[in-house]
Design a protein around this ligand. Structure first.
Ligand SMILES: Cc1cc2nc3c(=O)[nH]c(=O)nc-3n(C[C@H](O)[C@H](O)[C@H](O)COP(=O)(O)OP(=O)(O)OC[C@H]3O[C@@H](n4cnc5c(N)ncnc54)[C@H](O)[C@@H]3O)c2cc1C
Length: 291
């Protein structure tokens, strides 16, 4: 359990409280992960520092080709934001698929990343978009790609007892770029996905060739996994059915899912994943051709 619960009004105040507790206090945002972990005895802290009421962390703003999402932004907020829907539709889509309405109303995107579950929906879309996390410790402020934050299964490189992710910087989609999110889940289940894929593509001016693509798959490794061979195959390639099918097959070479009673066998998921990657690429191409 924990003894103290703090509601700081600013980031410096939150960092000061963390420092005073010397590793015994942790950040809490929506609490949908950390409270379960504490309840189940997986984690223990003497204090929790709630950042959800810090006004500076609650907004979504567009600035210089990026969306800046504060650390207290919830999945519902991102899903309903007209800014996110227009500039990063794959993120709005992924956020709308998380848990239930009650969960989406309090769970934050940053919490989804720091909790480092391989199946996390928002994290997959953020990685596909090349989003960065802004990390502050009171002395230094650094920016790290979301896909580089994963230390191991369930382990994030951000120390939640010393550091705070204050914002996510999400590149906005440009002309001839498209994106898509595909999720395979159990019927009517309020649960993490069996598989999820996000793709972002940049086509040439005519919409005939790929300039580049980013393919992210989960849960098929410790964090969101990039389909690098598939991405390489698409660079400069003609946009057609065969190329997309080949790229989807190549992307899946990087996937290493485990067999799970909840999420299906390794064999089933390896078999179905190329179909999901293909669908994500096709949908992203369709979107890119429209803008
Ligand atoms: C019933 C249920 C269904 C769910 N379904 C899904 C689903 O379908 N898809 C999915 O992806 N997830 C799902 N989740 C998981 C969960 O809701 C997400 O991971 C959530 O986004 C975590 O955000 P939070 O704000 O609640 O984080 P918290 O629980 O408050 O924190 C999680 C971790 O992040 C750290 N942290 C939070 N904010 C910061 C910060 N700014 N800086 C540094 N560290 C920070 C905390 O210290 C903690 O370690 C589900 C959870 C439940 C309970």
């Amino acid at each position: 359990m924990f003894h103290d619960y703090y509601l700081p009004q600013s980031v410096p105040e939150a960092l000061e409280i963390l420092a005073k507790h010397n590793g015994q206090a942790a950040i809490i945002a929506g609490g949908t992960d950390i409270l379960l972990d504490i309840h189940e005895g997986k984690k223990a802290f003497s204090a929790l520092v709630d950042i959800s009421r810090i006004p500076k962390l609650q907004s979504i703003q567009e600035e210089n080709g990026f969306l800046r999402l504060g650390a207290a932004v919830t999945h519902s907020q991102a899903n309903r934001s007209t800014l996110v829907q227009a500039a990063a539709p794959v993120l709005a889509e992924a956020c709308g698929k998380v848990g239930s309405l009650q969960i989406r109303n309090i769970a934050t995107l940053v919490g989804n990343v720091v909790n480092a579950q391989p199946a996390a929906d928002a994290a997959v879309a953020l990685a596909a978009l090349g989003a960065k996390a802004v990390i502050e410790d009171g002395k230094v402020c650094r920016e790290v790609l979301v896909e580089d934050l994963y230390a191991d299964l369930g382990k994030c490189k951000v120390d939640n007892t010393k550091e705070i992710i204050t914002a996510l910087l999400v590149p906005t989609l440009k002309k001839r770029q498209g994106s898509s999110f595909v999720r395979l889940d159990q019927r009517k289940a309020l649960a993490l996905p069996m598989l999820n894929v996000a793709a972002v593509v940049q086509l040439d001016e005519q919409g005939d060739r790929f300039e580049w693509a980013r393919i992210i798959m989960a849960p098929v490794g410790p964090g969101p996994v990039r389909g690098l061979d598939g991405e390489a195959l698409l660079r400069g390639a003609v946009v057609d059915h065969d190329t997309i099918v080949q790229a989807a097959k190549a992307a899946v070479m990087h996937a290493n899912p485990r067999s799970s009673a909840l999420r299906g066998s390794r064999e089933y998921r390896v078999g179905v994943l190329p179909v999901l990657v293909k669908r994500a690429l096709e949908a992203a191409v369709m979107q890119a051709k429209k803008v």
